[in-house]
Write a protein that binds this ligand. Structure first.
Ligand code: GAR
Length: 195
């Protein structure tokens, strides 16, 4: 039997994207979502992970940046691909150089990216600037926030009476539709190398 592509998901909050990914890959037998990692031990994503019978690992800022706890765990799990799904901390250099890492951002980068631009802050800024459209960006992760190579962008309208919540709902729908199949395409390339 050929080797599976082992995926790690990193998430800090509710984890609707993690849920969409977990559901999508249930039917794909050459991919194994090994573990859900979070910096927030209260995050609802941990509950979602448990509902799928997945292992979870939480860590503090100190452990993330100043120890090898997370990297060691990723290596022990033989992780091939790291997926950031609403993960809010900058990825340390030592992880960027060892792993293929992909992120989803809730706007059309390079606009509305960078430090502090996450979740609702993004949607508030988009509405403040009276943008006519927003969207999602799936991109590779490098050493800077939201600066890695863009893999896919999809746009959606910003409506005159939108609130941050209504815009976030529209963006989440786009994310859930496009993130899992884009991850599958990236995983396919890795699979052809390792299998
Ligand atoms: C998603 O919209 C994701 O794009 C965003 O956080 C949300 C997490 O939602 N990520 C960022 O802002 C990263 N800069 P979820 O927990 O329901 O998946």
């Amino acid at each position: 039997m050929s080797k599976k592509v082992n995926i790690a998901i990193f998430a800090s909050g509710s984890g609707t994207n993690a849920q969409a990914i977990l559901e999508y890959f249930q039917k794909i037998d050459w991919v194994d979502i090994k573990c859900i990692y979070s910096n927030n031990c209260e995050a609802y994503v941990l509950k979602r992970a448990q509902n799928f019978g997945k292992e979870t690992l939480t860590f503090s800022r100190e452990e993330y940046y100043k120890s090898d706890k997370v990297i060691k765990h990723l290596q022990e799990n033989e992780i091939d691909l790291i997926i950031l799904a609403g993960f809010m901390w900058l990825v340390p250099h030592k992880m960027v150089e060892r792993f293929t890492i992909v992120n989803i951002h809730p706007a059309l980068l390079p606009s509305y990216g960078g430090k502090g631009m996450y979740g609702h802050h993004v949607h508030e800024a988009v509405l403040e600037n009276k943008e006519k459209q927003s969207g999602i960006t799936i991109h590779m992760v490098n050493n800077e926030y939201d600066k890695g190579k863009i893999i896919l962008q999809q746009s959606c309208p910003v409506l005159p009476n939108d609130t941050p919540d209504s815009l976030a709902d529209r963006i989440h729908k786009l994310e859930h539709a496009h993130y899992p199949p884009t991850i599958e395409k990236i995983a396919q390339k890795l699979h052809s190398k390792i299998a």
